[in-house]
Design a protein around this ligand. Structure first.
Ligand code: T4K
Length: 377
C-alpha cells in the first residue's frame, strides 16, 4: 500500500506541555513573591522533588545541561586529558575544551553504543585525570567496569546522563554512579524545564562547591570564594518543571506503548536492527533509534532520512557526524578512523524515529509502513 504524506509535520520529538492553567497557578505564586531567580521557593521545591524521584543523595539545578557539565568538570578539578566518547551531542566534548582539557576519543561498544569500557585502559596516559561517559539514548554505560578502571588509576568519573532521566540499574538511580552525573532538562527531553539541567552526586562536600560555582562563587555579600559562573535556574523554569513533573509518569507510559508498537512492526526486517531491551533497567524512553545496514536493507540511512521527509516525517541522525569529525577536533590523534572504527560505522547507520507521548499509535504504524515499503522497492 502506498502511504500519503502526513497532513502536518511529524517531528522526532515534541515537548510535554501541561495545561496552561496549572502553570499559571504556579506563576501567580512567583508573581506574588516578586522573587524570580536566585534559589527561590519553586527552585527549592523542584530540587527536593527531583532528588527524591531520581533516588540520589544530592542534586543541584542549573539553567541548562551544558553549563551544568562545565561546572561539574570544574568542581572535580579535572585537567590535562579526559577519555570520552565521540558518539554524542557536541556539548559533551565542548565542555572539556571550555575547561581547557584535551578530549581523548575512545571507540564505542557495538551494542550499547556507549564508550567501550574494554578500550579505555589503553588510552590512559600520565595526563589523564578522568573519564567522561555518556549514557547514550538513556542506555547505561558499563558503570562497574568504568569505576573499577578509575579506582585503579585514581581517575574521576563523570557521566553525561542528558538522556537518562529516571533511569535505574537494579533499582539504583543512575545519578549514584561515578563522581557526578549531568541531566538535561531541555524541551526535547522526557522531563523538561524548557531549558535546564542538573548535577547529581553522592558527595556532600561537592554540593557546597557546585552551588558556589553556579552562583559566581559568591558565599555572601562580602565573600567570593572562587571564579564561578552564572548557572542558576530561574523561578519560571522551576515552576514549569514542577508542573511538567506531574505528567512525567503518564508520558513515560505513552512512550512505552509507542516503543512496543515500533518493536512489533519493525521486528525481523532484514537490515534493520533495534536497540536491545536490557533487563533490570528502568528506561527513560528518551529516543527510539534504529540501525540501518544499507547492504541488507537495500537503502542507506541517508536515503531513508530524505525519503521520510517526503512524507512529512522528520527523523534525526543522532549522532552523526561524530564529535571527532568536527573541524575543531578532527586534528586530534584519537580522532583517526583507525581508532574509532565502530563509532564511524554506527554513526552512518543510526536513525532516531519520532517518539513523544502525544504521538498516536496509528501514526507510528504508518511511519513503520513507510519504512517497510521503502525496503521493498
Ligand atoms: N549531552 C547530550 C548527550 C545531549 O544530548 C545534550 C542535548 C546535551 C549534553 C546538552 O544539554 P542542554 O545544554 O541542551 O541541556 C536537541 C536539543 O536542543 C538538545 O538539548 C539535545 N541534547 C539534542 C539531542 O537534541 P537539536 O539541535 O536536535 O534540537 P532541535 O531544535 O533541532 O529540536 C529537535 C526537534 O524537537 C525539532 O525538530 C522539533 C522538536 N522541538 C524542539 C524544540 C526546541 C519541538 O517540538 N519544540 C521545541 O521547543 O538538539
Amino acid at each position: 500500500m502506498t502511504q500519503t504524506p502526513f497532513s502536518k509535520p511529524i517531528y522526532v520529538t515534541r515537548p510535554l506541555l501541561p495545561s496552561l492553567d496549572n502553570l499559571n497557578k504556579r506563576l501567580v505564586e512567583v508573581w506574588d513573591k516578586q522573587w524570580l531567580t536566585n534559589n527561590g521557593t519553586q527552585h527549592q521545591e523542584l530540587e527536593k522533588k527531583l532528588q527524591e524521584l531520581l533516588k540520589v543523595p544530592y542534586l543541584s539545578l542549573f539553567n541548562n545541561g551544558t553549563i551544568a557539565l562545565i561546572v561539574g568538570c570544574q568542581s572535580l578539578r579535572l585537567s590535562g586529558e579526559v577519555i570520552t566518547t565521540p558518539f554524542t551531542f557536541p556539548a559533551t566534548t565542548h565542555i572539556l575544551t571550555w575547561n581547557n582539557i584535551k578530549p581523548i576519543f575512545c571507540d564505542i561498544d557495538p551494542v550499547t553504543m556507549n564508550i567501550d569500557a574494554d578500550k579505555i585502559e589503553s588510552m590512559i596516559t600520565p595526563q589523564t585525570t578522568g573519564i567522561l561517559g555518556v549514557h547514550v539514548y538513556g542506555t547505561p554505560c558499563n558503570v562497574l567496569k568504568i569505576q573499577e578502571i578509575a579506582d585503579r588509576y585514581g581517575l574521576k568519573v563523570i557521566y553525561d546522563a542528558a538522556h537518562a532521566f529516571g533511569v535505574e540499574i537494579d533499582g539504583v538511580g543512575i545519578g549514584n554512579f561515578g563522581d557526578l552525573s549531568m541531566m538535561s532538562f531541555h524541551a526535547t527531553k522526557l522531563f523538561h524545564t524548557a531549558e535546564g539541567g542538573a548535577l547529581l552526586f553522592k558527595d556532600k562536600n561537592l554540593k557546597e562547591r557546585v552551588d558556589l560555582l553556579k552562583n559566581f562563587g559568591i558565599k555572601n555579600e562580602e565573600e567570593v570564594m572562587m571564579p564561578g559562573i552564572n548557572g542558576k535556574m530561574n523561578e519560571i523554569q522551576a515552576a514549569l518543571g514542577l508542573v511538567v513533573l506531574e505528567h512525567v509518569e503518564q508520558e513515560r507510559h505513552n512512550r512505552h506503548q509507542i516503543i512496543k508498537t515500533y518493536r512489533k512492526c519493525l521486528n525481523n526486517i532484514p537490515g534493520i536492527t533495534l536497540l536491545p531491551e536490557i533487563s533490570d533497567i528502568v528506561s527513560s524512553y528518551q529516543y527510539f533509534v534504529i540501525r540501518i545496514d544499507a547492504e541488507f536493507f537495500g537503502f542507506s540511512r541517508d536515503y531513508i532520512y530524505e525519503e521520510f521527509k517526503k512524507y512529512n516525517v522528520f527523523t534525526r541522525k543522532y549522532f552523526y557526524p561524530l564529535c571527532s569529525d568536527y573541524a575543531c577536533y578532527k586534528h586530534l590523534p584519537s580522532s583517526s578512523l583507525a581508532n574509532l572504527p565502530i563509532a564511524h560505522q554506527i554513526s552512518q547507520q543510526v536513525l532516531s524515529l519520532p517518539l513523544y507521548g502525544s504521538l498516536r499509535v496509528e501514526e507510528v504504524e504508518i511511519i513503520c509502513e513507510i519504512l517497510v515499503n521503502i525496503g521493498r522497492r
